[in-house]
Design a protein around this ligand. Structure first.
Ligand SMILES: [Zn+2]
Ligand SMILES: [Zn+2]
Length: 342
């Protein structure tokens, strides 16, 4: 065997961040062997999430540095660690944010592993999918519906999943408001329409393109987040990480309504008069995901024929994709593709 090719096979391109606030660096780093129960995946696509921005900006206390971000990974099993038998070599799997849980605590034992205090998250506690290869615990991987190609499946793994969990947390609303019409909302809107709900979309004031996008996906009304919807809502979900939206959303929901904060990080919520939660309004968050959420949602994604709107970026351009996301300048979801520029 050509020694240079064997040397190449032991390292890979990864986009890594060393300290919060720094830029991602394209680096050649060593490929780790899969440990017990782990699989080594050849990454085919990795979607970019708002949470990746919170990691690189240092807004998540739990993140470890240096780290390779990325937690919406579609890859194929290249190598299996000791005892890893769930997937065949070459099988296509999805890797989400939830990378490991303790399996023993009160939360893990009661179907709420998303709240496990020892949970480890992909692209946060350990390296994620902004790379040519990635390791994952096979128990936390998902089988993916075959009707989605690699790049289209990637945004299902967080945007789709969190969209779904937040929609379930909103109860059974006939009139649903979505604040922040990005990757998660564009999938949640389709699920909501599939379930017969009426969708009202709120974007950054003046973002006519996002409002048009929301209408294309079935929103009956779209406007700026500073506007009141034409009628009261039964629930609202906040995908934008902007605490100032909380009182606005509470004002938009009817008595008994629910406001769900879906992001892992938000700017501070300003104080607001008690009357905004009076009338049995509920304000809550959703945190992370359970494996059961993933299985339910991926089945629903296929049944509802969800259409993931994606914009492709070369892996090397992960930093560009993050800045476009920060600027609100991505239609649907940004997806990184290793290899040549797509
Ligand atoms: Zn636990
Ligand atoms: Zn995410």
């Amino acid at each position: 065997m050509d020694p240079s090719s064997s040397a190449r096979s032991r390292s890979m391109l990864a986009l890594r961040i060393h300290r919060p606030g720094e830029a991602l660096r394209a680096e050649d780093i060593a490929v780790q062997s899969p440990g017990p129960g782990q699989v080594l995946l050849r990454v085919a696509a990795c979607a970019v999430c708002r949470t990746d921005l919170h990691v690189v900006d240092g807004e998540l206390a739990q993140a470890r540095f240096p780290v390779v971000p990325g937690h919406e990974i579609v890859g194929r099993v290249e190598k299996r660690g000791p005892g890893a038998e769930r997937f065949e070599l070459g099988a296509r799997v999805g890797v989400p944010w939830l990378g490991w849980t303790c399996g023993r605590c009160e939360f893990c034992a009661s179907g709420r592993e998303n709240l496990c205090r020892e949970a480890r998250f992909t692209g946060c506690h350990h390296d994620g999918g902004f790379a040519e290869l990635a390791l994952a615990d096979e128990r936390f991987c998902f089988e993916l519906p075959s009707s989605f190609d690699d790049a289209s499946a990637a945004p299902l793994l967080c945007a789709g999943l969190i969209g779904h969990r937040s929609l379930r947390a909103a109860g059974d609303p006939a009139r649903l408001g979505l604040y922040g019409f990005g990757a998660a909302a564009h999938l949640a809107a389709q699920v909501a329409r599939f379930e017969g709900r009426r969708v009202f979309a709120f974007t950054r004031p003046g973002d006519v393109a996002a409002q048009q996008f929301a209408r294309e996906l079935g929103a009956e009304w779209a406007g700026g987040s500073d506007e009141r919807p034409p009628e009261e809502l039964d629930a609202a979900i906040l995908y934008a990480p902007v605490g100032a939206l909380v009182p606005l959303a509470l004002r938009a929901v009817a008595p008994g309504g629910t406001v769900v904060c879906a992001g892992i990080h938000m700017s501070d919520v300003p104080s607001f008069p008690y009357e905004l939660v009076w009338g049995e309004r509920t304000l809550r968050s959703v945190a992370n995901l359970t494996r059961r959420d993933g299985e339910e949602f991926l089945e629903l994604a296929e049944r509802a024929h969800l259409r993931t709107e994606i914009e492709r970026f070369a892996l090397r351009d992960a930093g560009v994709a993050l800045e476009r996301l920060r600027a609100g300048d991505v239609r649907g979801a940004a997806v990184l593709i290793p290899g040549d520029a797509p």
